[in-house]
Every structure is written in structure tokens, then in C-alpha cells.
Design a protein around this ligand. Structure first.
Ligand code: C2E
Ligand code: MG
Ligand code: MG
Ligand code: MG
Length: 295
């Protein structure tokens, strides 16, 4: 009966709302399960220096799998964790994984400067973040320069003075900070002046735009924004990463515009730590041919 009524009349509790509530429940369950069973995975995507094609570091991206639904988008899960008060625990788990992986990846790359970046969400930017990370670094014997924290506008939204203090603490520990999705929000320029930024990452929407023919006003505007971001990064002497490079054309555009670094499917997809270790080891600069013959 209720079913028939639902079909024939407009009722306040429509399918869209039901779907939304259902989705939120699923997401909260995914988070809870991941926490209880340690069931989250981290994948790592290489970041390359464009001039030398050397791998400078890797971005850690969380991966969730629901037993019935399969993979669930990480940004949706992070949002659900924020909304359901589980972000503190989840954030600690993610950082633990990232710090543990950082030592292994640097060894596989054979590069003491190799870094791993971790994305921070708003609920993680708390007063105890620096001491939390300091404890993890000590436990895994990882030097602070190995870790870069990626922050977005949404992660810093709210109490900006407090966020500035947390970021200053992290910077004081020797960790580096990257501004993520630069150019896509309202306050990017403000953040460059207010926070101790070491690396600037430009959102994929700009990477796409810079390889397009400048026919329409929106593309022209995006290309102008990219040029001004490059000028800004050069004036500040900061590394500038083009995110989401998928095609040779996008790579060529990033090089032409003088981005220093790039990341994207064109180079490699995000992958499990073991796979990236093998990928890095295979790319390591080889000793001269004369030495190889001795082995
Ligand atoms: P983000 O930090 O901007 O991460 C970059 C996203 O671009 C990743 O999506 C990555 O897989 C994707 N990507 C990389 N190269 C390419 C490419 O060539 N083409 C395309 N189309 N996409 C590319 P992913 O892993 O789905 O993550 C989405 C967002 O979720 C991230 O954006 C970040 O905001 C959030 N996120 C992921 N992992 C974490 C985490 O551990 N903690 C927090 N707080 N947020 C996370
Ligand atoms: Mg990121
Ligand atoms: Mg990004
Ligand atoms: Mg993004």
C-alpha cells in the first residue's frame, strides 16, 4: 500500500532524498569498517621533475573498497568521515600508513630527497597534528623532509589563525607544505601570503585548459590564470606541479609554460606501495656499463 501511494502521489520523502540518506549511511559504514578492520589501502602516484624526468616523490591517495559496492571515491569517504566525527581516527590511520611507506619508497628510489605527500582534510588540522606526526616519524625513523602535507582551501576553512599556527608548527618540525588544487578556489593567493608554502600544485582543470586551442573565453581565461600562477611560482622560487597530465599534449604544454613538475596518468597511475617500489627500482639510474659487467 505504501508503495502504491509512493508511486501515485507526491510525498515529501522522495527518491532523491532516500538515495542521499542511503548513500550517506553506506559511506559512514565504509569508514567505520575501514577503521575497525584496518581495511583501507593507500596508493601512491609518482611526481616527476619535468626537466630531468626524475621521480621527486609520490602522492599518497587513500583507497576504500566496500564488500558489496566495490571501490568508493576517496573524497566522498573523507567527507563522510568529517560529517560522522570519524575523521580524527581515519586521519591518524592514513598518516601512519604514509609515514611507514615513505621510508620504503625513498629506499626503492635510491634518493634521500624522495618525498611522499599526504592530503589533509579540515578535521585533521588540529592542535595536536604536529606532535602526532612527530611521533610517527620517530617510530618509523623517517626524517621530516620526507613528508609533504597537501592542503586545500577547504582544509583551512574556518579558524584561519589556528590553521596558520598548526601549519607553522608542522613547518617548524621540518615538514613541507603543498598548496593543492591551486587556482580552483577563491583564496589561493591569500594562502600563499599567509602560510609557509613550499610547493604549489595546479588543479587538473588548468592542465586540461592549457593544452586546448584558446577558442572560447573560458579557456582563454584559464590559460591566463595558468600563466600568472607560473609567474607567481617563479617569483617565489617554488616548485610548481601540473596535476592530472594525461596526454603528451598536456605534458608538452606544461613544459612550454615552465612548470617544474608533473603528475598524472601519462606517467603512472596511483599504485600500491609494493608496485611503486618495483617501478622506482626499475627506473633507478644504472651504474656505468663497465661496472655492470662485474656483476
Ligand atoms: P587530489 O589530492 O587533488 O588528488 C589528485 C586526484 O587526481 C586523485 O584522485 C588522482 O587519482 C587523480 N589523478 C591523478 N592523475 C590523474 C590523471 O592523469 N587524470 C585524472 N583524471 N585524474 C588523475 P583520487 O585518488 O580519486 O582522489 C580524489 C581526491 O580525494 C583527492 O584530490 C583528495 O582531495 C581526496 N583524497 C584522496 N586521498 C585522500 C587522503 O588520504 N586524505 C584526504 N584528506 N583526502 C584524500
Ligand atoms: Mg592532493
Ligand atoms: Mg590536487
Ligand atoms: Mg583535487
Amino acid at each position: 500500500e505504501a508503495k502504491r501511494a509512493g508511486r501515485n502521489r507526491s510525498i515529501p520523502f522522495g527518491p532523491a532524498i532516500a538515495q542521499e540518506i542511503g548513500q550517506r549511511r553506506v559511506l559512514e559504514a565504509v569508514v567505520r569498517q575501514a577503521i575497525e578492520t584496518d581495511g583501507l589501502e593507500m596508493h601512491f602516484q609518482p611526481v616527476l621533475a619535468l626537466a630531468s624526468r626524475r621521480v621527486s616523490g609520490a602522492e599518497a591517495l587513500v583507497r576504500f573498497r566496500h564488500p558489496d559496492l566495490g571501490p568508493v571515491p576517496p573524497d566522498a569517504v573523507i567527507r563522510a568521515a568529517e560529517q560522522s566525527g570519524q575523521i580524527a581516527v581515519l586521519g591518524r590511520m592514513i598518516l601512519g600508513r604514509v609515514v611507514a611507506a615513505a621510508g620504503r619508497l625513498a629506499a626503492a628510489a635510491g634518493d634521500p630527497e624522495f618525498y611522499v605527500t599526504a592530503n589533509l582534510s579540515a578535521g585533521q588540522v588540529t592542535d595536536d597534528l604536529a606532535s602526532q606526526i612527530q611521533a610517527l616519524l620517530a617510530r618509523h625513523a623517517v626524517p621530516p623532509r620526507r613528508i609533504v602535507l597537501e592542503i586545500t582551501e577547504t582544509a583551512l576553512f574556518g579558524d584561519e589563525r589556528r590553521a596558520a599556527q598548526v601549519l607553522a608548527d608542522l613547518s617548524g618540525l621540518g615538514l613541507r607544505l603543498a598548496l593543492d588544487d591551486f587556482g580552483s578556489g577563491y583564496s589561493s593567493l591569500n594562502y600563499v601570503t599567509r602560510f609557509p608554502v613550499d610547493i604549489i600544485k595546479v588543479d587538473r582543470s588548468f592542465t586540461i585548459a592549457m593544452a586546448l586551442p584558446a577558442r572560447d573565453a573560458a579557456t582563454q581565461a584559464r590559460q591566463a590564470v595558468v600563466r600568472s600562477i607560473v609567474a607567481l611560482a617563479e617569483a617565489l622560487g617554488k616548485p610548481l606541479v601540473a596535476e592530472g597530465i594525461e596526454t603528451p599534449e598536456e605534458l608538452a604544454a606544461a613544459e612550454r609554460l615552465r612548470f617544474t613538475h608533473g603528475q598524472g596518468f601519462h606517467f603512472a597511475r596511483p599504485m600500491p606501495c609494493d608496485d611503486l617500489c618495483a617501478w622506482l627500482a626499475a627506473r633507478r639510474p644504472r651504474p656505468a656499463a663497465g661496472h655492470l659487467r662485474l656483476v
